[in-house]
Each structure stands twice: as C-alpha cells, then as structure tokens.
Design a binder for this molecule. Structure first.
Ligand code: SF4
Ligand code: SF4
Length: 448
C-alpha cells in the first residue's frame, strides 16, 4: 500500500493545454545508425571541454573525444565507432554557431569506452562512483545541463538530507521523461539509489505529475526495492522548476540567490538518473537520450532514442517528416524552449524535445503597453513583478531590474503566457540577465 505523503502548493503557475496526447502513448523508438554525427563540444553549463582527437583518428563508440575544461565541465564521447572528421560549426540551440566534432560512422557501432562496468556499486567507494559519473559526461538532462558530479559534491558545511528526483515533466508536449520512467523504470530507480549512496541520504522523493498514471504505477511497483518514495503531484506548470519541486515535496523554500543545497536538497532529473545507472553498471558514457519529436505538423509524433550529434532534420525524418505547414521549430517545449532558425541544430545532452507548431497554432500579434492588470504578478511562481520589471528593462535600467530580483527569474514563460497585452516579458528578462551577467563578468575580470 502506498501511503500518500504531504505535499505543498507553490505560488502562481498556469495550466496550459499540454499536447502530450500526441506522443505519450507511443513507445520510444531507437533511431537508426547515421553515417555522420556532428557532436557539439560544449554540452554543459560551465567550462568548455577540449577536444582530444584529431582529424583521421579512429574511435570506438563511447570513446572520449573532448575532455573536461575544469571541475564544472563534462567530457564528450563518440556516439558510434568510426573516424574523426573536421571540427565544424553547427547552429547552437540558443542561437549563434558552436563548434562540433564530426564522427564518420564505420557502420560497426563497436563499443570501446574504456570504462569498466561496476555492477557491485553497493560495495564500491563513493568517490569512485562520483568519478565514474564525471568520466561518463553526465549532466542535468532536464534542460540545465549542469554537470551531475558537481551537484553530487556539495561542500562539507552543507548538510544534505533529501534527494529530489524530477519526474514532473510539466512542460507541455514533452513526454520523453514519461516514456523513460515507464520503459526504463528500474534504470531510473537504480541511478537514484546510486546518487543517494554518494550523497549519504536515505530520503529520496520522486516527484511526478498525476497525468502519468501508467508511469506512477510502474514506479510504485519497484520503488521500495531502491528506497525511493514516489510522490504524485498536481498538474501545474512549472511544477518541475527546481525550487517549485523542492517546495512541493518538502515545504522548504530556497531563498533568493540560494541553491537547493541551502535547504538540504539535491535535485536530479530522472534522465540523469538512468544515465548514472548506465555509466556505473554498464560502463556506458552519455551518448544518447530520450527526446520527444512532436507537434501537429509531425507525421508520427513520438519519443526517439537519439544519439548526440543527430540533427533536427534527421530526427524529423525518423518521425516520418512534416505533413503540415509549420510556423515554428522549437528545441524544448513551448514555454521554455528556443525557436530555431535552422534544421541543422543538433541533439545535445539536454535536448528533451523537438516541437513543431503548425501555422494556425501561432497567432500573429503585436505587443501593447502594460494595462496593469496584475495577472503576471499573480501567476509568477518566483513571486516577482514581471510587468514593472519589464518596463525597467525596456528603458535599459538594468540596475533597477536587478534590485527587483530579475536574476531570480527562472524564464518559465508563465508571465508571457498570461499577459493580455502580449508583452514579450520573458524575452525582456533573458536580455536583462545576459546584460547583468556580462557586467558581473567584466567587474570580476577587472578585479583579477
Ligand atoms: S518568466 Fe520569470 S518573471 Fe515571468 S513568470 Fe517566470 S519566473 Fe516569473
Ligand atoms: S500581465 Fe501584462 S498587462 Fe497585465 S500587468 Fe503584467 S505586463 Fe501588464
């Protein structure tokens, strides 16, 4: 019997149409082997990795091709066996061009990661397990791409008592985590148990929205074996925001500018948990992921197991191509994702979804002045003042925006979604945060 545990309701949030029925009942399919992959060198927040291969080198599947550029960094591995081609530029999902290593497949797809499996991880030293996670290049696969081994290394003065697993997948249209939890239930739970051992915690909660009853049932069947408590949560965007999820599961609030570890928590995405298990138990580094390819223009929406370095164009081909006029191609979901201008953008470790919106689904509109209705303030899950702050950003008064906590904006898009004046609020806040970060970096460089 599962005893319901107490949950808390976070401030604000919305219920957008979720579009998940397009893909949530379709089993994930493994993409066929491609002739060529273009693997982005930087797929993590933090220092860029450095290539360790040269044109003409032969590589095995899972072999290191770029080493970490520092502690907060993650190595990159070959998605298949073959030959290293050029270092090329590919479009980045967040704009601009980024360097990528070309891997030309030899068609054999032979493993050679050099990482020995550690099936007996329960009796293995915590530091060895943490090193394995670092060597496997695992990052936060829910979107943030923060290196996982760093999250699992809180400073000694921070007492961690809870591991929070993020299976909420609150972003509309995305169903990759749903399919993963359903199809690789024990991999997710075993990875969570490994992370819990590293952190020395025995309180492990997996938060999952109630709209995934089949995954909840599958998880509940096995959760006890791995010391994990499954906690169904109300469906409300952004339930999967790190701070919202911690609050929902523990009632603890992370203060402005604070981190989950300040309230005794570490948060891991369920995809990262499965990757932890594969790295430890199989010796497989992170070279592929579950990605939802969806939207009404997609012929066969569903979830695909895509290797890193697959292009959006190739992913759409696997999904049967495009059957209707498309207005937008988005990496991620409609709330937090980024609109793309090229189908050459490649799948990286945090590519949770590729979403196409049909022509009629996106309205042409112009932004109007704020009518001070207060809807954005009521809906903002971070309790910010989106309307007034957007006016500060419009007049380039970034100091004032900073004083009004714009850096706490999690870019969830809720304010933009509810605004009747159609103001591009989240776009303003992204710009303001970039300006403030650039100013901070310049000040730091001046001091050095
Ligand atoms: S995008 Fe930022 S300001 Fe807007 S609702 Fe989300 S957290 Fe609040
Ligand atoms: S929702 Fe839009 S119009 Fe209403 S207060 Fe916020 S910014 Fe102004």
């Amino acid at each position: 019997m599962n005893i319901p545990i107490k949950t808390w309701r976070f401030h604000g949030g919305v219920h957008p149409a979720d579009g998940k029925a397009l893909s949530n009942s379709v089993p994930a399919q493994r993409a066929p082997l491609l002739e060529r992959y273009t693997v982005a060198i930087q797929q993590n927040i933090g220092a860029p990795p450095k290539p360790v291969v040269a044109k003409g080198d032969t590589v095995k599947k899972g072999q290191l091709i770029a080493e970490p550029g520092g502690f907060v960094s993650a190595p990159v591995h070959a998605p298949t066996s073959g030959t290293v081609g050029d270092i090329v530029e590919v479009p980045g999902a967040n704009g601009g061009a980024i360097p990528a290593i070309e891997i030309i497949s030899d068609g054999k797809d032979e493993w050679g990661s050099g990482l020995d499996p550690i099936p007996n991880w329960k009796n293995t030293d915590r530091e060895i397990l943490k090193k394995r996670i670092a060597d496997a290049g695992i990052v936060g696969m829910g979107g943030a791409a923060f290196p996982t081994h760093v999250k699992l290394s809180p400073p000694p003065e921070k007492v961690i008592d809870t591991l929070v697993l993020n299976g909420a997948e609150c972003e509309p249209y995305l169903t990759a985590d749903h399919r993963l939890m359903l199809e690789r239930t024990e991999a997710v739970l075993e990875g969570a148990a490994i992370a819990a051992k590293i952190l020395r915690v025995d309180r492990v909660f997996l938060g999952i929205e109630e709209n995934k009853p089949d995954a909840i049932a599958a998880l509940n069947e096995k959760a006890k074996d791995y010391g994990v408590t499954i906690v169904p949560l109300h469906v409300r965007y952004p339930q999967g925001g790190e701070k919202q999820l911690i609050y929902a599961l523990t009632g603890r609030s992370v203060a402005t500018g604070g981190l989950p570890m300040d309230v005794g928590c570490v948060v891991q995405n369920v995809g990262s948990c499965a990757a932890i298990r594969d790295a430890v138990v199989e010796g497989h580094p992170l070279i592929e992921r579950y990605t939802t390819v969806t939207g009404t223009p997609v012929a066969n929406p569903g979830t695909w197991i895509l290797r890193l370095g697959t292009t959006v164009e190739q992913a759409l081909t696997f999904a049967g191509g495009v059957k209707a006029r498309t207005a937008k191609v988005i990496m991620g979901g409609p709330m937090m994702g980024f609109t793309q201008t090229s189908l050459g953008v490649t799948v990286t470790k945090n590519s949770s979804g590729i979403l196409l919106l049909q022509w009629q689904e996106t309205a042409e509109y112009t932004s109007n002045p704020c009518i001070r209705c207060g809807r954005c303030v009521r809906a903002c899950p971070m309790k910010l003042l989106p309307g007034p702050v957007s006016v500060m950003v419009e007049s380039e008064n970034y100091d004032e925006a900073e004083k009004n906590y714009v850096m706490d904006c999690m870019e969830c898009g809720v304010c933009t979604y509810v605004c009747p004046a159609k103001r591009p609020l989240v776009q303003h806040f992204r710009r303001a945060k970039a300006e403030i970060n650039a100013k901070r970096r310049a000040a730091k460089a001046k001091q050095a």
